[in-house]
Design a protein around this ligand. Structure first.
Ligand SMILES: CC(C)=CCC/C(C)=C/CC/C(C)=C/CC/C(C)=C/[C@@H]1[C@@H](COP(=O)(O)OP(=O)(O)O)[C@]1(C)CC/C=C(\C)CC/C=C(\C)CCC=C(C)C
Length: 601
């Protein structure tokens, strides 16, 4: 029996902790490890004296034969371990449920809280003050309310502090990010507690408890203990995430953020007046996330795997790329296409010419004077284009790939031009195809790597950096080939045929024939040829992804693999189905692909 309590850990808490470790391992970051570690220390120090008091006053008792002996301040080491493992379990569940969220999007409640948020925050404070006073009164009265009083009088003040500091943010998060990570571990630990109480592993001394059970032999006080302590853990993590979100999302407030924000930065973030928040930036990031969600399931899923400022900058880069591509694709004439590419080029010229000017302005507060670039954006672009342009992180992106990206769109503008010129189908041979793919996608890979290096390893040696940039460029080409292979029908409807004219000739086709009938055995053969090339390029570049800095490696591999899965689906899909338009990867397969990528990297 000496190991009865230890067996509770071996059977119930440690296995769950191991499973959660496996699940969170691919997405956990250094920042999050520090968050959990800090919380474990706080939980340990806050619980130790309280626990020792309960044991010294006989509220909690442990049969000698249930524990294997060593105690700290009279607390069995198995109990001390419980503080740690409960905090760890609840923290991992919180991480898994919060990872998909981009926490900066929930900062609006700091500056413009809804009346509901205000009222609920106040209500929470009133309830927690009430619980504290009620707990104190139960302790004062002594007797059967003692245990419940000790729980309430100890946990409620800590909950009141975290709720006061983070209540608006907590209330603005989805309930799946706050209530669920409280209830799931609480329910699990209720069951564990009920079993342990039933087996006599530990006991609550009669005369100190209300003799009420939630179910079975689970005392109401024990149920309240686990509910309140898990709420404390989640509130604490949410407060951390609130301050981290402020640090990561406002470069004008925190221009240089180390890979792990310092405690001083967290304090600065806490003391910041929310009037200094750049609301235009928050709204622009929200707009970018919606654009990502609407336009790319692959990259929307993958983006959730990234963290910190890198995640935000990748979303902003995507938003710019997608905006530029849509402006050109939605144009109704070549002249309009070229008008957009010309305006985008001028935007880049102004941004990079004024980069030094832009840089200070980009880091100033939102009421910055309209500068040359902002004025140009307002004059030359529609409303929906303004935030993707304004928020492009030009200060950390090389300009050349962006200019080449626009050149790629200029190649798109040649499709469908006047019948006489052969420019009607600008992809005449393999070289044109490769050049086009390099411009619209290889450049994107280079830009992604530039962001990764800036945020994760700014001092990477030149040779390794060059290897990454080259591989990223090739990987972008591979993804573009997949995109073309999938979108033959869709592209034909836009008057575009990306198969090189030389390929078509060899297959006995002309571009006009593909426009007329973008399916059938000959087209399927060309699609297979293009996918073979895509996977050959992918295979070479894929090896180099191991050089990506660790915290971005898994997520980036997941982004690439979920996109290449489109190519695998297209390879498996019969021509008739493809005729109906884009082949898509079922969400479950997409998620499995991303998880496999995360666990294999
Ligand atoms: C996680 C995250 C948010 C990543 C963002 C990646 C990014 C910035 C993508 C922008 C893609 C884009 C819209 C480019 C404009 C031109 C275009 C449309 C290119 C085609 C993309 C398709 O995007 P989307 O899914 O929105 O459109 P469809 O629904 O498919 O029509 C392309 C297929 C090219 C995409 C190319 C890349 C994302 C670069 C790939 C390379 C890397 C990520 C680098 C990998 C690193 C190494 C070392 C190999």
């Amino acid at each position: 029996m000496a190991y009865e309590y230890a067996l509770v850990h071996l059977k119930f808490t440690i296995p769950l902790a191991l499973v959660l470790t496996l699940l969170t391992y691919p997405i956990i970051t250094r920042v999050y490890i520090l968050q959990i570690a800090s919380l474990v220390v706080v939980a340990f120090l806050a619980t130790l004296p309280w626990d020792a008091y309960l044991i010294r006053h006989g509220v909690w008792t442990y049969p000698k034969e249930a524990i294997f002996g060593p105690r700290v301040w009279g607390i069995p080491v198995e109990e001390l371990f419980f503080f740690v493992i409960q905090t760890y379990i609840t923290s991992c569940i919180y991480l898994l449920l919060n990872k998909p969220l981009l926490h900066p999007l929930y900062l609006n409640s700091q500056r413009n809280p809804s009346s509901w948020v205000r009222k609920m925050k106040l209500a929470g404070q009133v309830v927690l003050i009430g619980l504290t006073l009620f707990g104190a009164s139960l302790i004062y009265a002594g007797g059967r309310g003692t245990y419940l009083g000790l729980i309430l009088a100890w946990a409620s003040p800590f909950a009141l502090i975290t709720w006061t500091v983070g209540g608006r943010f907590i209330l603005s998060l989805p309930w799946t990010a706050t209530t669920l990570p409280i209830l799931l571990p609480t329910a699990y630990l209720w069951l564990v507690d009920e079993l342990a109480l039933g087996r006599g592993t530990w006991a609550i001394q009669s005369g100190t408890k209300l003799e009420l059970c939630l179910f079975g032999v689970l005392e109401i006080e024990e149920a309240m203990f686990f509910l309140l302590t898990n709420a404390l853990i989640v509130f604490g993590l949410a407060v951390f995430d609130q301050y981290l979100a402020i640090i990561f999302v406002f470069p004008h407030l925190f221009p240089a953020v180390p890979r792990t924000p310092t405690p001083l930065m967290l304090v600065e973030s806490r003391l910041l007046d929310s009037s200094k928040f750049d609301q235009e930036r928050l709204d622009g990031i929200e707009d970018a996330v919606q654009r990502l969600r609407r336009k790319s399931r692959s990259f929307y899923l993958a983006n959730a795997l990234f963290s910190g400022r890198l995640r935000i900058d990748l979303i902003l880069l995507y938003s710019f790329c997608r905006l530029a591509d849509d402006l050109v694709d939605n144009a109704t004439s070549r002249a309009e296409m070229l008008s957009w590419t010309s305006k985008l080029n001028k935007f880049l010229v102004l941004s990079y010419k004024n980069n030094e000017n832009r840089h200070p302005k980009r880091v100033t507060v939102p009421d910055r004077p309209q500068d040359e670039i902002d004025t140009y954006i307002d004059e030359a672009f529609p409303d929906f284009a303004r935030s993707p342009l304004r928020l492009l992180p030009v200060e950390v992106l090389p300009s050349e790939p962006l200019y080449l990206l626009i050149e790629g769109f200029e190649m798109d503008s040649k499709f469908g031009t006047d019948k006489s010129s052969d420019a009607k189908f600008p992809i005449t041979d393999d070289e044109d195809l490769r050049k086009y793919a390099h411009r619209v996608a290889g450049t994107v890979g280079e830009l992604c790597v530039a962001l990764i290096l800036h945020h994760c390893d700014p001092n990477m040696d030149a040779q390794r950096k060059q290897m990454l940039l080259s591989a990223a460029c090739h990987m972008g080409i591979a993804l573009q080939y997949v995109n073309i292979a999938r979108d033959i029908v869709v592209d034909a409807q836009m008057g575009r045929v990306y198969f090189p004219t030389t390929w078509l000739k060899e297959a006995g086709l002309t571009p006009e024939m593909v426009l007329e009938r973008p399916y059938g055995p000959a087209v399927a053969g060309l699609r297979k040829l293009l996918l073979r090339k895509a996977f050959a390029i992918y295979k070479d570049a894929r090896q180099t992804m191991r050089l990506i800095p660790a915290e971005a490696r898994g997520p980036m591999i997941a982004a690439v693999e979920t996109y290449m899965e489109i190519g695998r689906v297209v390879r498996e899909t019969d021509d008739f189905t493809l005729r109906e338009g884009k082949a898509t990867v079922p969400t479950g397969r997409r998620i499995r692909t991303a998880l496999r990528a995360l666990f294999e990297c």
